[in-house]
Design a binder for this molecule. Structure first.
Ligand code: HEM
Length: 412
């Protein structure tokens, strides 16, 4: 449930007030799966910037910057367009940033340098055998139970959560407990969200204290021992990093694999061609990240500024949906066509500028490995007849449920 839309500010011209809203536009609310990406892609035929009333969970309106070039301008300038919003902590009645996402330049650069090695391509290469084993275990478990499943609940979501547990050095046996917390946090009622947020923060705080006393070689040990500008990190800084890592890689990775499997379940020829030639999955995953991106970065203007001669006042929120940028015809030929072998695919699913996704190497490997193992182990699959896939909108698009069925092929 979302709050009532705030009144439209006086400086917003009536002609620039759009009916569009990331949470409620057709195909994006929890309605039977339409094509949320195509729906938002339609914005490209409208003005390059418009105001969307009630475009946040708390009812605040935002400007929406539609074109890729304008989004790059906003996302590159972290001083004029701040990401310091303390979203997670303010929902708990507290006041601390998720690090580095809610820290602005120049301080942001110090945090980024500290964290970069943790998610570098080299580090991800070391994690890869574990990522693959997690995928195999989950898929084999699904196969052992039958010839259909809700791939979001049974594979995509637990897979993403299990990688985070690995990061924290926590055993696989606690997976379901964490999946429940993550589900409540990301998809629960407001009361469930708040309760889950408290539980997760308490867990991460306890783990921080434990790793200070008994260090190992995991993420939490690394941050408790790290220094920033010559001093150790405070408790709240460690918390701000751990919380961000927890939420940044869950819904995003699960949704990316979910949208991909949804597409492949409806496009059997493409599904079978990737199964027959798994070497093509790498490029195909990039194209599906372009076509079905999920994240909309949001910034707050720190001063009055103009975009396309439209006045944005200090304090206004600005949303940059990767969905429109990735379908911008100025950037991509045939943007609405899904061309699985598309080369030179400079999409912005992982954003742009200083806050560009720190976990993109890991995310890419999770998606590719997830698809490789799914296609190698599950025969031709379809949407289960009689089931209705559901998506949701918001600042991270997602798939609520996706029942897949492969009974026809298994019977052959
Ligand atoms: C398909 C999966 C993913 C997508 C689409 C994605 C997308 C994004 C986007 C668009 C941003 C920028 C947000 C903004 O500027 O407001 C971001 C930031 C970030 N992501 Fe990801 N992400 C994914 C997976 C991951 C994973 C697996 C991790 C880590 C384990 C991760 C960690 C982060 C961090 C730490 C930031 C903040 C970077 C900074 O502020 O400098 N992400 N992600």
């Amino acid at each position: 449930m979302r709050a009532v839309a705030h009144p439209i500010p006086d400086h917003v011209p009536e002609t620039l007030v759009g009916q569009f809203n990331l949470f409620t536009a057709p195909g994006m609310t929890p309605t039977p799966m339409g094509d949320p990406h195509a729906a938002i892609g339609m914005l490209l035929s409208g003005p390059p910037i418009f105001f969307a009333p009630g475009n946040t969970r708390n009812g605040e309106g935002t400007w929406v910057v539609v074109r890729a070039e304008d989004q790059r301008h906003v996302l590159q300038d972290g001083v004029t367009f701040s990401s310091n919003r303390n979203i997670f902590s303010s929902a708990l009645g507290e006041d601390w940033p998720m690090i580095p996402l809610e820290i602005d330049p120049p301080a942001h650069g110090h945090w980024r340098s500290l964290l970069n090695p943790l998610l570098s391509p080299r580090r991800v290469m070391h994690l890869e055998p574990i990522v693959r084993q997690r995928a195999v275990d989950l898929i084999e478990g699904i196969k052992a139970k039958g010839t259909s499943c809700d791939v979001m609940q049974d594979f995509c979501f637990p897979f993403a959560v299990s990688i985070f547990l690995q990061f924290l050095g926590i055993g696989w046996e606690r997976l379901h407990e964490f999946v429940d917390w993550a589900n409540d946090l990301l998809h629960g009622t407001p009361a469930e969200r708040t309760a889950a947020a408290h539980t997760i923060v308490a867990f991460l705080d306890d783990l921080r204290d434990l790793r200070r006393q008994e260090p190992t070689d995991d993420f939490m040990t690394f941050v408790t021992q790290a220094e920033i500008e010559g001093r150790p990190l405070t408790d709240l800084e460690v918390r701000g990093m751990a919380v961000l890592l927890f939420i940044a890689g869950l819904d995003t990775v699960a949704a990316a694999i979910g949208f991909d499997l949804y597409y492949l379940a409806q496009n059997i020829e493409q599904q079978n061609s990737l199964r027959a030639e798994p070497d093509r999955i790498l490029l195909a995953a990039e194209e599906m990240l372009r076509a079905f991106p999920t994240v909309t970065p949001v910034r707050r203007a720190t001063r009055d500024v103009e975009i396309h001669s439209v006045l944005i006042r200090a304090g206004d929120l600005i949303a940059c949906p990767s969905m429109t940028a990735n379908r911008d015809p100025k950037e991509f030929s045939d943007p609405d066509q899904i061309i699985l072998d598309r080369e030179d695919n400079r999409h912005v699913a992982f954003a742009y500028g200083p806050h560009r996704c720190l976990g993109s190497h890991l995310a890419r490997r999770e998606i590719v490995i997830g698809l490789e193992e799914w296609l190698a182990r599950i025969p031709e699959f379809h949407i289960k007849s009689g089931s209705t896939p559901m998506t949701h909108g918001g600042f991270v698009f997602g798939v609520e449920n996706l029942m897949l069925d492969w009974s026809a092929k298994e019977a052959n």
